[in-house]
Design a protein around this ligand. Sequence first.
Ligand SMILES: Cc1cc2nc3c(=O)[nH]c(=O)nc-3n(C[C@H](O)[C@H](O)[C@H](O)COP(=O)(O)OP(=O)(O)OC[C@H]3O[C@@H](n4cnc5c(N)ncnc54)[C@H](O)[C@@H]3O)c2cc1C
Ligand code: SF4
Length: 455
Amino acid sequence: MRKIERNGTRPGRPQPGLLQAIVVGSGAGGAAAARELQGSYQVTVLEAGREFRRLGLSVRWMERLRNWRLLVDERMIRLVFPAMHVRRSAEGLVHVNGAGTGGTTTLSAGNALRMDESLREIGIDLDREFEELAREVPVSTAHRRSWSAATRRLFELCEQAGLAPRPTPKMVDFERCRHCGRCVLGCPYGAKWDSRRFLEDAKAKGARLVTGCSVREVVIRGGRAVGVRGRVGARAVFFPADLVVLSAGGLGTPAILERSGIRCEPRLFVDPVLCVAAPWPGSRQHHELPMPFVVQRPGYIISPYFDYLSFLFNRSWRRPASRMLALMIKLADSERGRVPARGVGLEKRLTAEDRRRLAEAETLCRQILVRFGADPADIFLGTLNAGHPGGMLPLTSAEAASLHPARLPANLYVADSTLLPRSLGNPPILTILALAKKVARAAMAALEAARRPAA
Ligand SMILES: Cc1cc2nc3c(=O)[nH]c(=O)nc-3n(C[C@H](O)[C@H](O)[C@H](O)COP(=O)(O)OP(=O)(O)OC[C@H]3O[C@@H](n4cnc5c(N)ncnc54)[C@H](O)[C@@H]3O)c2cc1C
Ligand code: SF4
């Protein structure tokens, strides 16, 4: 009898007669591509992380660990939360990504925005894919009735200032949501959508998933990708493939490409985040859905957000969680930076223009908090961090139809944020899902056409 997995899905039977596709990574891009490909190909998803486990630690315990001075560096988060991976680049910028099934989508705040302007500008039409996603991913703004008094007041202040705030569309099932505020630590109630749902769909159709498998390189012979090489624990492994799709994320995919001898562009963007906070007794922002509304400004967004990373590791945040109120700035940064082949020692600095825009946004946040009633002298900042990397193999208008960067072998594709032409400064999951679906279809069509005998 076939095994029924803990989440209730029954893995489908592998389909041995099919050509083999390897998908690297199970985040937004990988899960969407695997779901699309399985059935036409026998898909194996290789994921470096393990099965996702949320952070179970209570806020009281977080406060204790912090007060005992046990949390000194953001990279230590892995000790208690292995699914969260943190690295640092120049200027101390902290980069956060998910390392486990579901990739970074398991750590998301649940925001679901269509953000494909830069793709449309180069001729990529994702209407069909977004229409499908509207049926497949539950998106709603039905959280407004649960906003706290503080959030409602912040929203009013933004409206009065002419900032046109909008309730944020969320990939959350609000029948199940308990408004616990722990979205970025993993949803305890299964209310938040993440890409493990697409992964389970792919598995139900017969896809295989190998966790703990870190892919080192794509093996290319005679101009074709013949498989990928990596490690499962201490064991070296090789997976042969007829089609390889890299979806290891904006930091993982360029590192694999570089190790495979394929140069990427030094155009890394990361969407830096800075929180501007004030003491506010009884705010209880940590018990509220993060980013309930969003203000869109040229080059950045502003949204209320309790920043767990700063709360745990930043000295200025050593206060009770229930007595702080924060606004997040998320910047659309310049496309300048790179991931070296070894994947460590990220090169990413903010440019003078990035700094100027960040300062403008910080001033605006301070003004909003002061209008709210905060004392200007008490306002403090969070840790500069980032979690939306991408852009190192940007699609161009010449590639709009094939979705295949010319420098890749014909049977090697990329399906993740690495393809985005520029920083969105906005939540990218929905756009990556749509793009990955289209890339998978384009790959199947191109390889099918190549196999057909010439007329
Ligand atoms: C705290 C936080 C909150 C966020 N909130 C939102 C939000 O609300 N809405 C939104 O749209 N976006 C949000 N994002 C961003 C979003 O989650 C990511 O941009 C998105 O998941 C990227 O998709 P991806 O497919 O490019 O990569 P990922 O989802 O990061 O997936 C990459 C996967 O590849 C695996 N991998 C990497 N290297 C290898 C290798 N060598 N071998 C095998 N596997 C490998 C990784 O373990 C990972 O599972 C948030 C990000 C963070 C950090
Ligand atoms: S607020 Fe809590 S229950 Fe609601 S989606 Fe986020 S983590 Fe899940």
